[in-house]
Structures are given as structure tokens and as C-alpha cells.
Design a binder for this molecule. Structure first.
Ligand code: NAD
Length: 337
């Protein structure tokens, strides 16, 4: 049994708690939150823009504490699941790895690429005793994992062009302070930058257009990921500039040589493949990205095989690309990555 301790019981802590309940061979044995009400298992207050997060924990077999370090020091915790706001990721993930624990850390892996590289160095040192999985859930999201497989297998030929979109209104609380969240470019758009790199390879450069918003960081942008030679034309839009009440949505249109795949969130059949003049909807099996990433980590630990779908160094590199996008917006120039 993998004994899990979750630090941070906001929207993502509640989401991870719910997902851990569905995973055989893992059990949440401890939780920590700076807020005593949450540390006591009551998650009824707080924000959410996604369904599925737990609102009440079953505390009969869970120890709650307001001190994250106390949880990390618990002998019976094998895996520390870091779900606190971004600025605390680096210190807690490094402490967990140095304490000999496995560690899952919510995205973005850290507030800056420099801090993310420090986690990557700690992750390297912790091997093979402690595994580290950055929770880049989009790599595990069924329709995105499907897309990555189609690209890799060449099922529909090579990708000619692709466009990704992830937009919504600004989440409340600490997200509104770019010094903490990094703004939409880091907190939201990173998902697409990371997925583009995962599925289509690392671009040679980025050229981004956008603006600094209410957070003081870039909250609205479009990036052109530039590939060498005859590579695909790839863009992604990210925004927290939508008006309040506009529902969060993510999606893609990917144009292969022999088919076009389109995912439109909130459509009855979100994924449709257009091929040979016909439209065919495709239902991807298997949970959501949160469940799948945690189940993957549990599998890695059980088999003793380190996570390879995403590593800390890989996640740090994605933050480096996002920082290059911010530089491109600042300078108006394309930036090599
Ligand atoms: N993967 C995704 O789709 C996704 C979605 C939303 C948020 N996130 C990320 O998850 C992380 C958490 O976001 P959230 O929306 O859950 O935030 P939140 O504000 O809902 O919750 C954060 C919780 O952490 C607690 N906390 C803060 N500092 C702490 C500390 N040092 N020790 C213990 N508890 C502490 C707070 O009391 C709060 O309960 C962020 O990095 C965010 O970017 C990921």
C-alpha cells in the first residue's frame, strides 16, 4: 500500500483526494493545510472552476496537521503530494525528496524555471529511492494522450498545423497576484506549451504576442512555436482575460496530412475526427488527467520504474519556454529556446 500525504487542501488538494480514493494500492493517510478547518477535513469553502473536487474528507483514518513539515517528517508517509500555491512548491517538494519520500508536485512545478531546476536536481539526487512526478495533467488527459499517440504512430500522417486554446476568467485569491501565480502565461498556458513539446517536439524558437493583465504578468497571449525546416505550424492561445462568468474551456484543432482532429470542450461529443469527407466522434476511455497522473505514479512506485512520461527536468524546461514567451512579448522579437 502506498501511503499518501497531501499538502494543500484547496481545489487541487480536494481533486487529488477524490482521485486517490479511486486508485487501488494507495491510501491517503495524512493531510496538511495552513488553514485549521481544512486540515480538519472540511473543504466546503474555497474556489473551483472544475467539477470533481472533494468537499469533505473522511478523517477517520487520516491525520490532519497545519504544518507541512510535520507531514513530510511522518514515518508512515511514502508519497508527498504537493498541492499548495505555486510559490511554496520548490521548498516543499525539495524537502519531501530530501526526506526520502516520493513526491508529486502540482503544476507549474515552480514559480520560476530556476526553482524548477532546483527541484529537478533534488529529484535526480533522490533516485532511485524517491520518484518525482510533476503533475502536468494534460499529458494524461485522455483526449490529449490520444492525440500524442496519433502523432507518434503517424496514424493520420504527419501534423501540418495545430492550434491549442485554453481560456477562462481569472481565478480568485492568490492567482490574481502575478508575483505568486505567474499570471495566465505560467499558471494556465504552460499546459499547452508543455503539451506541444511533448507531442510535437521542442520548438527551436517562440514568437509570442500578448499583454500584461491584472496580475502584473502576461494574462493573455498567442504563441507561435517555431519548428525548423518543414515542421508543423503550431500556435496556442491562453487567457485569463475572459469576462467573469465565461466558462473555462480548453481545446485543439490538429490538421494531419489525412485527417483533422478537433476537440471542443462543452460540445456534446467533444472530440471529432474528420477523415475521407466524414465526421466521426471519438470517445476516449479512462478517467481524467488527475486520476490518470496519480494512477501512473502509483504504478511507477509499485513497479520500481521511475516516471518517464514527464520528469522534473522536462517540466523545468517547459517553464523555460514559457519564460522565453514572456521575453518575446516584452521585446516583440522571436526568442530561441
Ligand atoms: N492541474 C490543474 O489543472 C490545476 C488547476 C488549478 C490549480 N492548479 C495548481 O495547484 C496548486 C494549488 O492551487 P489551488 O487552486 O488548489 O489553490 P487553493 O487556493 O484552492 O488552495 C491552496 C491551499 O493550500 C493551503 N496552503 C497554502 N500555503 C500552504 C502551506 N505552506 N502549507 C500548507 N497549506 C498551505 C491553503 O490554505 C489552501 O487551502 C497551484 O500551484 C495551482 O497552480 C493546478
Amino acid at each position: 500500500m502506498i501511503r499518501v500525504g497531501i499538502i494543500g487542501l484547496g481545489m487541487m488538494g480536494g481533486m487529488h483526494y477524490r482521485a486517490w480514493q479511486e486508485i487501488d494500492g494507495a491510501e491517503v493517510v495524512a493531510v496538511a493545510d495552513a488553514d485549521p478547518q481544512r486540515a480538519g477535513g472540511d473543504l466546503s469553502t474555497g474556489w473551483s472552476n472544475l467539477p470533481g473536487a472533494a468537499k469533505q474528507l473522511d478523517m477517520s483514518r487520516i491525520r490532519g496537521t497545519t504544518d507541512a513539515r510535520e507531514l513530510i517528517a511522518m514515518d508512515d508517509v511514502d508519497l508527498v503530494d504537493v498541492c499548495v500555491p505555486t510559490p511554496d512548491h520548490a521548498a516543499l517538494a525539495i524537502a519531501a525528496l530530501e526526506a526520502g519520500k516520493h513526491c508529486i508536485c502540482e503544476k507549474p512545478l515552480a514559480r520560476t524555471a530556476e526553482q524548477a531546476r532546483q527541484i529537478a536536481a533534488a529529484a535526480e539526487k533522490a533516485m532511485p529511492k524517491g520518484f518525482c512526478l510533476p503533475a502536468m495533467c494534460v499529458r494524461f488527459w485522455p483526449e490529449w494522450a490520444w492525440l500524442a499517440r496519433m502523432v507518434e504512430r503517424g496514424t493520420y500522417g504527419k501534423v501540418l498545423d495545430a492550434t491549442f486554446r485554453r481560456v477562462g476568467s481569472m481565478p480568485p485569491g492568490w492567482f490574481g497576484d502575478g508575483k505568486l501565480s505567474g499570471g495566465a502565461i505560467l499558471d494556465l498556458h504552460l499546459h499547452d506549451t508543455d503539451f506541444v513539446k511533448f507531442a510535437l517536439g521542442k520548438p527551436v524558437a517562440v514568437h509570442s504576442f500578448g499583454r500584461v493583465g491584472k496580475t502584473g504578468c502576461v494574462d493573455q497571449l498567442v504563441t507561435h512555436y517555431i519548428y525548423a525546416g518543414d515542421g508543423p505550424i503550431v500556435t496556442a492561445e491562453g487567457s485569463w482575460a475572459m469576462t467573469d462568468g465565461f466558462p473555462f474551456r480548453m481545446g485543439y484543432t490538429v490538421n494531419f496530412e489525412r485527417a483533422t482532429a478537433e476537440y471542443v470542450m462543452l460540445r456534446e461529443e467533444p472530440l471529432v475526427i474528420y477523415e475521407n469527407g466524414k465526421a466521426k466522434s471519438h470517445a476516449c476511455e479512462g478517467g481524467d488527467g488527475y486520476h490518470n497522473e496519480l494512477a501512473y505514479m502509483a504504478q511507477c512506485i509499485a513497479s520500481g520504474k521511475a516516471p518517464s512520461i514527464i520528469t522534473a527536468a522536462d517540466a523545468a524546461e517547459s517553464i523555460e519556454i514559457v519564460e522565453a514567451e514572456a521575453e518575446s512579448i516584452r521585446t516583440g522579437l522571436r526568442v530561441e529556446v
